[in-house]
Design a protein. Structure first.
Length: 647
């Protein structure tokens, strides 16, 4: 089945059918990620079939089956080459077999159907066919072969070419798409003065290079001989097209071409006046817009004080390179990518003192792009740059910016005190044997110091598991009893389940002991009575009348007040390293559970959150709580203070 696109009329309305023929052919290629196909479009009268049989003798062009509006084939002869040939073919208007792809509904091939409403639905069938060819197929076509032997044929071709077709863009840059148009003349019986005039007018259209190939003198010879000049011309023009695409970084792999086509058809909203198709935006459609990069770029101007201009430019450019060219990304022109993604951003956030860096950053961005290869990835270039700058300048530490990518806040502290975000854990780590979505970071990407940290990440299809531990004084023993019973029932440690644990008062102490000290719930349960006797009692310094102390002692079992700060301090010092900070090197293995401790601000009672994570995006300032984000080690509270804060 070679049908690719079709128009089917259902309930007096036209539907566009994509049979996923392109995806099927791409999957048949031996190495679609590293093969770069060209698309030829053979359009016109029945002589095109003779040409196709002569040009592609190993393909079964005329096999029976639903034809649809446009058919698509893969050249069998070139399928195993680096530059395979895809060729589409269709007749002029009207296609007699229009709509016959509806017989394929029960086939194993997956089809996509799109309703053509609005202005598209009012078009005549002839105009609708032309618009499908013009807006969907021509933007991707490198060579268009027109088989025309009459004035009506030329008029139909002129209508196809003279109206505007959908533009392809990369960011703000329009991709020039001049077609290599070949007009093939084969039938001498239809040559008239009017025909010659129409051909001359067709050559004047601003559609690209138009070549008239007159094969009429070869009339009567075998098809292979008749169309030999056409084959020679196509090979020559394909070489020109390939060279142009390589020089402009627009030679798409078969995998990328299939993905672009699929998303392009799905976003076809309308055929008439179709919006430009941004290839860069489509290639990055799965990348969530990063709102934290602006803050990171502002901070890097402070952390890199003392750097030379060249080193600063390198620091930023290599980070942009890693963001722009992840694995399997098409290598768009670096100048176009920088202008589309980063130039305006830098202009908006850097003051005049740093704006002069933009040209240098752009230059280094292009320099690094040239070095990209299957072996030397953007991440490898970034790591090489970071290590070189660290050896030269040292530092490169921050608790609010992942200086590895300059794009996100850090989430994990490595033993060398360099902080890294979850994305960089995946980029510079490797899958761990501990489980799926566990990554081992064996070496710091900045200083190359050994780390041996394993991070557990949230799978993309799994909602987070959140555990909240309330306060309650000595009632915390009941909380621990419930956790112990749950742990016994599920058969795995509680610490391996939650992705986020939030605690307040005694719940905060439990969270610290279980998730940061790696104590088992049973150990916490057994130790709790001793903790309660030392903490949850009236302070001796509190002026309580002697006559009611017996009543207060009984009431102490259900109250959170009058905690013994001296006892609490002793307990915490025995359980927690006094030098350890809230955002510090993880002791859990694997790390991954976020810990948040809720306390109250003494000035106004507003809730404050102390956490061992930063979050992936900026938070709103208009909230009922304040998320405390330390900007340096001095502001980062010790774990002792964080544990005592809610008490």
């Amino acid at each position: 089945m070679a049908a690719w696109l079709d128009l089917v009329k259902e309930n007096e309305a036209w539907d566009l059918v994509d049979t996923n023929r392109l995806e099927q052919l791409v999957q048949e290629l031996p190495n679609p990620k590293y093969q770069y196909p060209s698309l030829l479009y053979f359009y016109g009268n029945s002589n095109r079939n003779k040409a196709l049989r002569a040009l592609f003798p190993y393909n079964n062009i005329t096999r029976k089956g639903p034809a649809g509006l446009i058919r698509l084939h893969l050249s069998t002869k070139t399928a195993h080459t680096q530059n395979p040939i895809l060729f589409a073919e269709s007749g002029l208007c009207l296609e007699q077999r229009l709509g016959d792809s509806k017989w394929l509904k029960n086939s194993t091939t997956k089809h996509q159907t799109f309703s053509l409403g609005g202005a598209d639905g009012t078009l005549t069938p002839a105009r609708l066919q032309q618009e499908v060819k013009r807006q969907l197929v021509l933007p991707w076509t490198q060579i268009l072969c027109l088989f025309l032997d009459s004035v009506p044929d030329i008029q139909a071709a002129t209508n196809l070419l003279q109206r505007p077709r959908r533009q392809l863009t990369i960011g703000d840059e329009v991709v020039p798409a001049p077609l290599q148009v070949v007009i093939v003349l084969t039938n001498s019986q239809h040559v008239t003065e009017a025909f010659a005039q129409e051909c001359a007018q067709l050559q004047k259209l601003d559609t690209g290079t138009v070549t008239i190939l007159d094969l009429r003198p070869r009339h009567g010879l075998s098809d292979s001989v008749v169309f030999q000049p056409l084959q020679t011309l196509i090979v020559k023009q394909l070489n020109i097209v390939q060279a142009e695409r390589i020089s402009n970084c627009r030679r798409f792999s078969a995998s990328h071409l299939s993905a672009f086509w699929s998303t392009g058809v799905q976003s076809h909203e309308r055929l008439l006046h179709a919006a430009p198709f941004d290839l860069l935006a489509r290639a990055r459609r799965d990348y969530v817009k990063n709102k934290s990069m602006d803050d990171c770029l502002r901070e890097v101007t402070q952390t890199s004080i003392g750097y030379s201009k060249e080193d600063f430019d390198d620091l930023v450019a290599s980070a942009f390179l890693m963001d722009a060219y992840p694995p399997q990304m098409h290598g768009f022109s670096p100048t176009v990518v920088f202008a589309a993604l980063y130039e305006k951003r830098c202009l908006s956030i850097w003051d005049n003192e740093f704006k002069y860096h933009i040209a240098g950053v752009s230059s280094r961005f292009v320099h690094h792009f040239v070095q990209l290869s299957a072996v030397k990835t953007s991440a490898a270039i970034r790591k090489e740059t970071l290590c070189r700058l660290y050896r030269r300048w040292g530092g490169l530490r921050s608790t609010t910016t992942c200086l590895v990518c300059l794009s996100r806040p850090p989430e994990h502290m490595l033993p060398c005190k360099h902080a890294i975000c979850d994305t960089c854990v995946v980029i510079f780590g490797k899958p761990s044997r501990l489980g799926e979505y566990h990554f081992e970071v064996a070496q710091c990407p900045i200083c190359e110091e050994r780390s041996d940290v394993t991070v557990r990440q949230l799978p993309p299809t799994k909602p987070p598991v959140i555990l909240t531990l309330d306060g309650g004084g000595v009632r915390g023993l009941i909380q621990l009893g419930l956790l112990r019973a749950l742990e016994s029932r599920i058969g795995i440690p509680i610490a391996s389940l939650p992705d986020l644990c939030i605690g307040t008062s005694v719940g905060a102490l439990t969270a610290i002991d279980v998730f940061l000290n790696q104590s088992s719930v049973t150990q916490c349960f057994d130790a709790f009575p001793h903790l309660a006797r030392n903490i949850f009692c009236h302070s001796s310094e509190t002026p309580i009348p002697r006559c009611i102390r017996w009543f207060a002692s009984a009431f102490n079992l259900t109250t959170d007040g009058f905690y013994n700060s001296e006892g609490l301090s002793k307990i915490l010092k025995a359980a927690v390293n006094p030098s350890r900070r809230m955002f510090d090197v993880a002791t859990a293995n694997p790390a991954g559970c976020r810990i948040a401790i809720v306390a109250s601000r003494t000035s106004d009672g507003k809730a404050c959150v102390l956490a061992n994570y930063r979050g992936t995006s900026p938070r709103s300032t208009n909230t009922a709580y304040e998320f405390l984000t330390p900007h340096n080690d001095r502001q980062d509270p010790s774990l002792l203070d964080a544990g005592a804060a809610p008490m």
